[in-house]
Design a protein around this ligand. Sequence first.
Ligand SMILES: NC(=O)c1ccc[n+]([C@@H]2O[C@H](COP(=O)([O-])OP(=O)(O)OC[C@H]3O[C@@H](n4cnc5c(N)ncnc54)[C@H](OP(=O)(O)O)[C@@H]3O)[C@@H](O)[C@H]2O)c1
Length: 244
Amino acid sequence: MDLGLSGRRALVTGSSSGLGEAIARTLAAEGAAVVVHGRDERRTAAVAGAIGAAGYAVGDLTSDAGAERVAGAAGRVDILVNNAGRYESRTWSEAEPEQWVEAYETNVVSAVRLIRRLVPPMRERGWGRVVQIGGGLASQPTAAAPQYNATLAARHNLAVSLARELKGSGVTSNVVSPGAVLVDWMRPYVDTPEIQAIVHGNDVGRLGRPEEIAAAVAYLCGPAADYISGATLRVDGGTIISAF
Ligand SMILES: NC(=O)c1ccc[n+]([C@@H]2O[C@H](COP(=O)([O-])OP(=O)(O)OC[C@H]3O[C@@H](n4cnc5c(N)ncnc54)[C@H](OP(=O)(O)O)[C@@H]3O)[C@@H](O)[C@H]2O)c1
């Protein structure tokens, strides 16, 4: 199936590794002109070269100056995938207020900075896509990493608010919500009781693969998803147990 992405230009934040890299690779393979993003220039450029990207942008999205640099380097963007973010394992007693603020900056305000810069031009052109990467911990949080779980909930919430804001504009806003997906940083933890509980607690019986998240993002970016806005697409093997 041709997803209809050729001629579209996409910025995938945090695509120097993990889920973002898989999303960038899939969008490029589907014919989109992809801009890869990360903070480390060497790694970001290497991914861009490996996937045949249109270019790359480097910058820390926790500052306005960094976001401005990234938006400037990206140029015209039809598809914005807000994926950049960081999981940090902290208990309630370890997570100091500063860490809550830091997590919110990294995982939420970073996306808002790019939405504010890149969505108004999409609106003027009458077409665009914004996809937030959310997660199951938004709706079924565990005791671990409360400061991170709350940022996922904020991502889901802002995506729906943005969809309402974009009513009638031709620009949609949606969430792809992964379960636990096996990326490089997770490999050392695969045999821990926490990860094994996730593996045995979902209906498929394994961790997700980055390309499975990427496929869902690519679908939402194409014309086949014109009628989908303000939605959450769970890609989690049935980890989240809910009819809605
Ligand atoms: N893996 C999972 O199971 C899972 C599940 C649900 C949701 N998610 C979400 O998926 C996203 C990607 O996670 P991942 O597991 O693929 O992690 P990852 O491999 O560590 O990738 C994180 C990406 O975000 C970038 N990044 C981090 N902080 C940044 C900042 N301040 N400014 C700009 N870029 C920044 C990193 O860039 P650098 O190159 O500079 O480090 C990297 O490209 C995250 O938002 C995470 O919350 C992941």
